[in-house]
Ligand binder design. Structure first.
Ligand code: SF4
Length: 424
């Protein structure tokens, strides 16, 4: 098979993995029209390095053959897709070629499992080894590792990669047993624990002491949303465990998108795209705003409100916590005011050392007033209607005329919504 054709198949097969971000961007191509550039065909995506730079990556699979049969995966053993396989040398050649032409700054490499986990891992590592040792490649490398591989191989992968990831895929063992019978939640978390220890070991090495071998600076994972009936509460509590217990940098939420010839165990339609968006917002609240999962979701409402962002939703359920005075409230209290983002709060804390803040000052600090006005007090503002039964209506999106839809549902990945940051 021609190298170009392999690249087409294996870059396309890698697009379902969101754990290096921007995976499903809508395809654009400037051929035959105005403008330059293309996001199609060559498998180039963007990711963020540990120091926050956005880099373009060649995102491919080593092979889309797989001995596992995960029901949600287009590359599963029983799927009837065209298969292809790169040799490590071919991936190295393409990466260097693209790198020298300035198309990419790095590589994201994943693979279906061939023969067994160790054999696959060895081939993935061989690509990274050749790039680093034989070609002195200094670009960014993100390797997808396999939880079933031996710890020594995962460790070796971490030596060559800047970031490694293991996909947990589903938030409970029960869901895995049903949809990905060869996978185990405990095994994946054990592997994540091993990676965390290696990262910490490297980080805590004393400047004047013996230097441990290099190791990736972070790990990430992906969870599928909507392929099973797991609630948002379950998904977020798994994410919270991964952040606090296993030191993950990012959990990516990837809305399940119906695949050709789907398994009967899967739903027929994709979850609403906004669900994935709400999960990213809730994830942001867990990591940067001091919220706990039990606050964002409740026992009676285990799924996030699709109409309102989770912080606003929480504020409406907990009105006794408001109003918060921008001139007196603590950092923690201010972070809970809808419309105030982390940067807004830092700027407010700075500015109020010199003056009593008024609404005009908040506008200058770029506070989202539409949400914040109802929940905060300023020198010239006291909110009204905080107790009102109709307060929620003020924030609901305008009603939409329903459209008649013909034909099959639209695939979600084509207009994947990547939420990287947000002032909630
Ligand atoms: S192990 Fe990975 S590639 Fe193989 S079927 Fe499962 S999700 Fe797909």
């Amino acid at each position: 098979m021609e190298l170009d054709r392999k690249l087409e198949i294996l870059a396309d097969a890698a697009k379902y993995d969101a754990s290096c971000a921007s995976s499903g961007a809508a395809r654009k191509d400037s051929r035959g029209s105005k403008g330059v550039g293309s996001t199609g065909a060559a498998g180039i995506c963007h990711s963020y390095t540990p120091d926050g730079r956005c880099v373009s990556l060649l995102k491919v699979l080593l092979t889309n053959r797989c001995i596992y049969d995960c029901h949600y995966c287009i590359n599963r053993r029983s799927s009837n897709v065209e298969r292809a396989r790169f040799t490590p040398e071919e991936v190295v050649r393409i990466t260097l070629d693209f790198y020298k032409r300035n198309y990419i700054e790095g590589l994201f490499l994943s693979s279906g499992i061939i023969r067994n986990a160790d054999h696959t891992m060895e081939r993935v590592i061989e690509v990274a080894r050749q790039l680093r040792e034989d070609h002195q490649f200094r670009g960014y490398i993100h390797l997808k590792t396999i939880p079933e591989a031996s710890p020594a191989l995962i460790e070796l992968a971490g030596r060559y990669a800047d970031r490694i990831s293991l996909n947990i895929e589903l938030p409970s063992q029960q869901s895995l047993a049903r949809l990905a019978p060869e996978k185990s939640l405990d095994r994946t978390q054990d592997a994540m624990g091993h990676i965390r220890n290696k990262i910490l070991e490297r980080r805590s090495a004393k400047a004047d002491g013996p230097k441990p071998p290099p190791f990736a600076t972070g790990q990430s994972t992906q969870m599928l949303v909507g392929a099973d009936d797991s609630s948002d509460a379950l998904i977020l509590s798994r994410a919270s465990t991964l952040y606090t217990g296993y030191g993950l940098r990012r959990v990516y939420y990837s809305g399940f998108s119906p695949i050709p010839e789907p398994s009967q165990l899967l739903p027929l339609t994709a979850p609403p795209l906004v669900r994935e968006h709400r999960l990213y917002q809730a994830d942001w609240l867990l990591r940067f705003y001091g919220f706990r999962v039990e606050e964002i979701t409740t026992q009676t409402a285990p799924n996030l409100d699709l109409d309102l962002d989770p912080k606003l939703s929480w504020a409406l359920r907990n009105r006794t916590a408001f109003p918060v005075d921008v001139n007196r409230g603590s950092r923690e209290e201010l972070l809970r005011v809808p419309g105030l983002g982390v940067r807004n709060v830092e700027r407010i804390l700075q500015a109020r050392r010199y003056t009593r803040l008024r609404l005009a000052d908040l506008l200058r600090l770029r506070v989202s007033m539409k949400k914040a006005l109802a929940f905060l007090v300023a020198a010239d503002h006291t909110p009204v209607g905080l107790e009102s039964d109709t307060l929620r209506l003020r924030f609901l999106p305008p009603p939409k005329q329903l459209e008649l839809q013909f034909g099959p549902p639209k695939p979600v990945q084509e207009d994947f919504l990547s939420v990287r940051s947000g002032e909630l």
